[in-house]
Design a protein around this ligand. Structure first.
Ligand code: DGY
Length: 327
């Protein structure tokens, strides 16, 4: 008998075909987000779930799913999953690292350029008929080239962002929980600095840390005050890493120049203050959203799921300690 699994959001046909070779699959191809109760009911008799960051996989849910063995997140970030609860119950959890690094780095760069050169603001002005002709001092932006790029979190995506800075001849500084190897620093031409130094020196502060209790409001009012008034903040990692209310205030009163945001606290609800500001580029959590990358993410998650259910080693296991508790 094939194991029963649930796919909580719409996925691509090739992913479903692959899963169906190994499992009895129910997929939410209507893509209507499931409430916690609906999710628990659907998972009550299932061994695996392929889920998204919109699904909360917590202790309460796991307690209601006695047969669950595998949770395969279609994302590299996994703050929607209570790993400790999974481990305690022998549920193996996986994510999708690697396949989205370049697309996500590209989007961070789109935000850097978009905020520096006011792309979305000025497009709105052109569409609104405000452009009456060329003027020397018209809608001035700031230079990206030769500026200082400060990257918080020098993991795979942070490194991909740093590599792209070479083309703009930027100075790259970074802060990370752990300093990266000297050889890698040399290749990326990146200088390790303290959090305070990064905030004080960077023209562009780019956040690339995962969300956790440790990084909750990593950037709040005090940190924004440490930044240069000319600096631009980029958050394309997770909502909650930035205190959005403090950022709205800082953008409004000129504490910093601008921001580029792909993620928000409580998304898709936005702090309404952002909507009244011109100096912020707002994107709907699309960092990894290119056709090929989203296909690769879904397939990576599917392979992780099948590997667990086949009793093997999933390529992207987040909680190896769960193995001892595996039923
Ligand atoms: C991730 O992989 O964590 C992304 O945010 C999902 O789009």
């Amino acid at each position: 008998m094939k194991p029963k699994i649930l796919v909580t959001r719409e996925v691509f046909d090739e992913t479903l075909d692959y899963l169906a070779q190994h499992c009895e699959v129910e997929s939410n191809q209507q893509d209507v987000a499931l409430s916690p109760d609906a999710l628990a009911k659907k998972l009550a008799d299932r061994e695996g779930v392929m889920c998204a960051l919109t699904d909360r996989i917590d202790a309460a849910l796991i307690g209601r799913c006695p047969r669950l063995k595998a949770v395969a997140n279609i994302a590299v970030g996994y703050n929607n999953i209570d790993l400790a609860a999974c481990t305690a119950r022998g549920v193996m959890a996986t994510n999708t690292p690697g396949v989205l690094d370049d697309s996500t780095a590209d989007l961070a760069w789109a935000l850097i350029l978009g905020a520096a050169r006011r792309l979305t603001e000025l497009e709105r002005r052109v569409r609104g008929g405000e452009w009456k002709g060329w003027r020397l001092k018209q809608w001035l932006g700031v230079d990206v080239h030769h500026a200082t790029l400060g990257i918080f979190g020098m993991g795979r995506i942070g490194q991909a962002i740093a590599r792209r800075a070479a083309g703009f001849e930027m100075k790259v500084i970074y802060h990370n929980r752990k300093r990266i190897a000297p050889e890698l620093e040399r290749r990326l031409n990146a200088e390790y600095v303290s959090k305070e130094e990064l905030l004080g020196r960077a023209d562009f502060v780019v956040l690339q840390v995962p969300y956790s209790p440790d990084t909750h409001h990593l950037i709040g009012g005090a940190e924004l005050k440490r930044m240069k008034p000319s600096a631009i903040l980029i958050n394309s990692t997770r909502g909650g890493v930035v205190d959005d209310a403090a950022l709205v205030a800082a953008l409004r009163d000129g504490t910093i120049r601008a921001a580029g945001l792909d993620v928000f606290e409580n998304e898709p609800s936005l702090n309404p203050g952002f909507l009244d500001l011109h100096n912020v580029v707002l994107m709907p959590h699309i960092g990894s959203s290119t056709e090929s990358t989203r296909r690769a993410m879904a397939m990576t998650a599917a392979k992780n799921l099948i590997a667990v259910l086949a009793g093997g080693e999933p390529p992207n296991l987040l909680n190896p300690e769960a193995r001892g508790n595996y039923r």
